[in-house]
Write a protein that binds this ligand. Structure first.
Ligand code: PRP
Ligand code: URA
Length: 213
């Protein structure tokens, strides 16, 4: 895969370890959900290294006052792409409990693999916030691209996209369509199969999270 300035692929032994368990077909729904949350916490720490709205405030320690940089109140929104993105929300909330949460509902047409939007509810004032768009699977990139288009139409200017597993096809599509959006992927997989599933992947993330199959 070509390299892109706006793509960050984590290569961390701790994340690799958790992804190995996540992929395993024997991993149950409970453990799958917990792993998605844990991996998201680790990713959030790295994703928010830059581009977070901050202010300086005065803090009084027992010894003296000092100037400290803190994250601006009410400046972060989490937007999961339904369904599977829901699994990543709690991981970011561990770090930012007060982040507002919006939802974009999309499913892939099984024949064409084109995303279909069926729901959208975003927090008021989202255009002024750092938006963390999340979906564990970045396959063809169609869902992520459409969700970013939608957020931009609503005026969002500061968007980061986080996926746990990415295929080269999807990463390239999002990186090229949205060079202003940083794309964070914890693991780069090999390719898509003829049904648009990521290989080796982990199967259908929504079904494994919610136990629907
Ligand atoms: C999955 C996944 C992404 C999308 C990725 O959702 O959670 O949203 O596919 O594929 P793409 O990159 O080719 O667009 P799915 O459509 O299966 O819906 P679900 O989460 O409701 O199961
Ligand atoms: N969506 C999934 O849940 N898994 C894939 O491998 C591809 C798309």
């Amino acid at each position: 895969m070509q390299t892109y300035n706006n793509v960050f692929i984590f290569d961390h032994p701790l994340i690799r370890h958790k992804i190995a368990i996540l992929r395993d077909e024997k991993t149950c729904t409970k453990e799958f959900r917990e792993l998605i949350e844990e991996i998201t916490i680790l990713m959030t720490y790295e994703c928010l290294r830059e581009g977070v709205p901050t202010v300086t405030k005065t803090v009084k320690t027992p010894l003296e006052e000092c100037q400290q940089t803190v994250v601006l109140d009410n400046s972060i929104a989490i937007v999961p792409i339904l369904r599977a993105g829901l699994g990543m929300v709690s991981g970011i909330q561990v770090v930012f409990p007060s982040a507002r949460v919006g939802h974009i509902g999309m499913y892939r047409d099984e024949e064409t693999l084109e995303p279909k939007e069926y729901y959208c509810k975003l927090p008021e004032g989202i255009e002024e916030k750092l938006v963390l768009l999340v979906d564990p699977m970045l396959a063809t990139g169609g869902s992520a691209c459409d969700a970013i288009d939608l957020l931009k139409k609503r005026g969002c200017k500061n968007i980061k996209f986080m996926a746990i597993i990415g295929a080269p096809e999807g990463i390239s599509k999002v990186a090229e369509a949205h060079p202003d959006v940083n794309v964070y992927v914890s693991t780069l997989d090999r390719q898509l199969d003829e049904n648009g599933y990521i290989l080796p992947g982990l199967g259908d993330a929504g079904d494994r999270l919610f136990g629907t199959k």
